[in-house]
Design a protein around this ligand. Structure first.
Ligand code: ZN
Length: 277
């Protein structure tokens, strides 16, 4: 069951961690598609190249204090930077809510860290796919391995939840192979790729973190949202005929919702489907 509110101290910790991780997410989204190192050089202005002082690098606060401009050359800093930081902070607070998550009844702090780690993969993958139509392979691979490692850790802490590891491994394989098979079939039918290999890797990542039930919820939500987006895009003229659009962001949002909804959301959807028949 989802509880009413997290402990205030846990919520504050979640917010601070989420803002910091959001700031790092901005670095990943900017540098990874360009093949740049994530650590060297330290944060700098892309226009004048000068390294930022510590007070220019405080999530949200610095952007507001500097009124959205570089502290040296005054060139504008896109509003997406503070927005990603705020989004990350808000999502981390949701991850602190009692009852969210899909790894049994972990202690609240560990459950928050597990959810936050999932966001650490989902947020940059969604943003990079939205911008570049690509889901970088190393990010997906490490996301899968982290998901399986976190599941293993949860099982070691809760021997009664031993079955989780098998379900998450199975979901990882089902996600990868199911998407690859669908993609191959769609390519044959439509004569053009419908889903990228990156989507299959992201589905494997979701399986590793969410298990079979969670993967089902995430994919179902992603398909519905993606289809609505595609139809709206075509009707409004924003999307041309056969113009590809990224599916990764829909999978990432579905995955995040499947985690936040806990076991209750999967059961609810299952009941809704059964009632529909
Ligand atoms: Zn500058």
């Amino acid at each position: 069951m989802i509880g009413l509110a997290p402990e205030p101290s846990l919520a504050i910790l979640a917010l601070v961690l989420g803002l910091a991780v959001g700031s790092f997410t901005n670095v990943v989204v900017w540098r990874l598609p360009r093949g740049e190192s994530l650590v060297h050089p330290s944060s700098h202005c892309p226009r004048c190249g000068r390294p930022l002082r510590w007070w220019m690098n405080v999530p949200l606060v610095s952007w507001l204090l500097l009124r959205g401009r570089c502290g040296f050359c005054r060139s504008p800093i896109p509003v997406t930077y503070p927005l990603v930081e705020a989004l990350s902070g808000g999502l981390w607070v949701l991850m602190a809510w009692p009852g969210v998550g899909r790894l049994g009844a972990l202690p609240p702090l560990l459950n928050l860290l597990a959810g936050g780690l999932l966001l650490l993969w989902l947020l940059p993958l969604a943003l990079i796919d939205a911008r570049t139509l690509r889901l970088p392979e190393p990010l997906c691979r490490w996301g899968v391995l982290t998901g399986l490692a976190v599941t293993l850790g949860a099982v070691l802490l809760q021997p009664e939840a031993a079955g989780l590891l098998r379900l998450h491994l199975l979901a990882c394989a089902v996600g990868l192979l199911g998407f690859e098979a669908t993609s191959a079939a769609a390519e044959r039918l439509l004569g053009q790729p419908a889903l990228g290999l990156g989507d299959a890797r992201l589905a494997a990542l979701l399986g590793a973190w969410l298990g079979l039930g969670g993967l089902g919820v995430a994919v179902a939500l992603a398909i519905v949202a993606g289809a609505l987006f595609g139809v709206a895009g075509r009707l409004s003229g924003c999307l041309g005929p056969r113009q590809p659009f990224p599916f990764g962001p829909f999978l990432a949002v579905g995955g995040g919702l499947a985690w936040l909804g806990g076991d209750g959301l999967a059961a609810l959807l299952q009941r809704a489907v059964v009632a529909g028949f």
